[in-house]
Design a protein around this ligand. Structure first.
Ligand code: SF4
Length: 277
């Protein structure tokens, strides 16, 4: 089987992955977590898919970056495992796909979420949106995906595109376009923002982000995620220079300030949220 490197275009990779053989589509899985409590509504079975093109300076999972590596699994293999935990999910829980960047493996994700909904499992997409494009055939598949996605956790890395590029290697125009699509099409969303001193902890941009979020429909929850240094060890193990050496997590006061500027307390629909039937 051909392996892919991160320099290939999204469409080339998707076309190639979709054409591996005639059997079920296989995804490249980094790892799974049986009882995730911070990855969407309720308790969730979390699938971390392998592959991401962004290079966020604060990424704590650089081991998920490479595309086309990891454990190859079919949707049914994952769902057979996930469904064993169904008794713990309650009314809100289910399965979340995170990464890496799940949308890198759009064909597999669509297969997985379609089959999950068919088996009565609630689906949650954790994404930073970088692969989003309105180019075909990608866009039609994304539209199908949204029909079988109960809620999306969308991580806005930075509201300003130039700053977003400095932070991640990519601008944010297509990411904001994805969010506009979700807003216009009644897709439920949680918006998340990682607060990093000297990078994203800026009152001007936080206020701009807060105003932007106010314009969106169907935002169930807004979260400020304080930067942490748990990923530093992985960089050292992988021999990669850590870009935020010496930067400490934000203080509680700065987290509170960001929450105020993003008006997080105004978004409470997540408390009574239920997956679509
Ligand atoms: S989008 Fe996520 S996985 Fe990709 S580099 Fe950023 S933090 Fe890491």
């Amino acid at each position: 089987m051909k392996l892919y490197d991160s320099t290939e275009s999204p469409l080339n990779v998707l076309d190639a992955v979709g054409a591996i053989d005639d059997g079920p589509i296989k995804g490249y899985v980094h790892s799974v977590e049986s009882f995730g409590s911070v990855d969407g509504p309720g308790i969730r079975f979390v699938v971390f898919l392998q592959g991401c093109r962004m290079r966020c300076q604060y990424c704590h999972n650089p081991d998920t970056w490479n595309i086309g590596v990891g454990d190859e699994m079919t949707a049914d293999q994952i769902l057979d495992d996930a469904i064993r935990y169904k008794a713990f999910w309650g009314e809100q829980g289910g399965m979340t796909c995170s990464g890496g960047e799940s949308l890198v493996q759009l064909d597999f994700l669509l297969d997985l979420f379609t089959k999950a909904k068919g088996r009565g499992i609630s689906t949650c997409l954790d994404t930073s949106g970088q692969p989003f494009t309105r180019d075909e055939p990608w866009f039609s598949k994304f539209e199908q995906l949204m029909k079988v996605t109960d809620v999306s956790l969308v991580d806005i890395k930075h509201i300003n595109s130039a700053e977003h590029k400095k932070l991640t290697g990519f601008g944010n125009e297509n990411i904001l376009d994805m969010i506009q699509y979700m807003s216009a099409n009644n897709c439920d969303m949680w918006i998340r923002h990682v607060l990093v001193p000297q990078r994203t902890d800026d009152d001007h941009y936080l206020a701009e982000l807060g105003e932007y979020i106010k314009t969106l429909n169907n935002v169930q929850k807004v979260e400020v995620l304080p930067y942490h240094t748990l990923g530093v060890k992985k960089y050292h193990e992988l021999g990669i220079t850590y870009p935020l050496e010496g930067i400490e997590p934000p203080t509680a006061a700065r987290v509170k300030n960001a929450e105020n500027l993003l008006h997080t307390s105004d978004y409470n629909d997540w408390k009574t949220w239920r997956p679509r039937p």
